[in-house]
Design a protein around this ligand. Structure first.
Ligand code: RB5
Length: 151
């Protein structure tokens, strides 16, 4: 069933920042659903990237946030899920433009590469952003066509 909660996921290297993000969003009245991992034991980031990207691509959650060491592995894996548009963002402008131009639906962050305060500002910019449509919609259609052609 669809709800408005933001899907969160991380591997062990992103656990601390993911928890910080959950706390930050909760303080602002934004609901989240955590799809794991939930301990510091070493795990494989593609498992959590897939869980969050699927929840978003089937419409169960509106947006997702994934955290690993760099955000890079999470984004590579999440973008394998049809309908996922995952973006690694390291600053607020990237986060805003990822939504405005790319209609990104999954934000990927690196706990080892971003300071906590920057990461939370990036989260806010991402969640506050909105797709502009227009010429950007045409480009997204072309991305969708690439996905269709490559099955
Ligand atoms: C885990 O050590 C690390 O490789 C992972 O969190 C991530 O940074 C991969 O892209």
């Amino acid at each position: 069933m669809a709800d408005r909660a933001i899907a969160l996921g991380s591997d062990h290297a992103g656990l601390r920042l993911k928890r910080e993000i959950a706390r930050h969003l909760s303080e602002r009245g934004v609901a989240t659903v955590d799809l794991g991992t939930d301990s510091e034991d070493s795990v494989d980031y593609p498992d959590f990237a897939a869980a969050v990207a699927r929840a978003v691509s089937i419409g169960r959650q509106p947006l997702g946030i994934l955290v690993c060491g760099t955000g890079i592995g999470m984004s590579i894996a999440a973008n394998k899920i049809r309908g996922a548009r995952a973006a690694v963002c390291a600053n607020e402008l990237e986060a805003r433009l990822a939504r405005a131009h790319n209609d990104a639906n999954v934000l990927c962050l690196g706990e080892r590469t971003l300071g906590g305060a920057v990461a939370l500002a990036v989260v806010d910019a991402f969640l506050g952003g909105a797709f502009e449509g227009g010429r950007h919609a045409r480009r997204l259609e072309k991305i969708k066509a690439l996905e269709e052609a490559d099955t």
